[in-house]
Design a protein around this ligand. Structure first.
Ligand code: ZN
Length: 165
């Protein structure tokens, strides 16, 4: 995927670039190529980027530790401020309140928008925090001795219960 030279967008019809893609992204391991479409709008002071993408990848279940295939779908948009000002974090204007927006990404207005690394970021953010396979037989892996441990716990519980009666 080509990176986009930001001033170039201003010369495009409607100051935007839109394209579809179907390819693998370096460092992001998937079973199928990542399919999607990306639109980048130049809004003067900021870029508005819209992405829809989907792919299938192999994850490892947090519970049973088996691998499973997961369909990853992304439908997102982001504002990227065009500013040279915030490049040096020690040089933030003091009188300005630092809001959440200022912590957003920003790019120099005459710089490049790195398409592939931005998509990589969005896909990574879309990965489930808790990865569960949802198989019927999904259970934590058991060790051989565990059955006796469980049995003794039950025995202790039963003993307590009978004491209370
Ligand atoms: Zn599982």
């Amino acid at each position: 995927m080509e990176r986009i030279y930001i001033p170039q967008l201003l010369k495009m019809p409607q100051q935007m670039d839109k394209f579809t893609f179907k390819e693998n992204i370096k460092g992001f391991k998937t079973l199928t190529p990542i399919k999607g479409s990306l639109a980048v709008y130049h809004r003067g002071g900021f870029l508005e980027v819209e992405l829809t993408a989907d792919t299938i990848l192999t994850l490892k279940c947090d519970r049973c530790l088996k691998t499973f295939n997961h369909r990853l779908e992304v439908d997102t948009s982001e504002i990227i401020w065009l500013s040279d000002q915030f490049e040096d974090p020690d040089n933030l204007p003091l009188e300005r309140e630092i809001s959440g927006d200022d912590l957003c990404e920003s790019l120099p207005p005459d710089g490049y928008f790195e398409v592939q690394s931005w998509i990589y970021e969005q896909l990574s953010l879309a990965l489930p925090l808790r990865q569960l396979c949802n198989n019927e037989d999904c259970e934590p892996p058991t060790i051989d001795e565990s059955s006796t441990i469980t049995d003794s716990r039950w025995a202790a519980l039963t003993a307590l219960k009978s004491l209370g009666e």
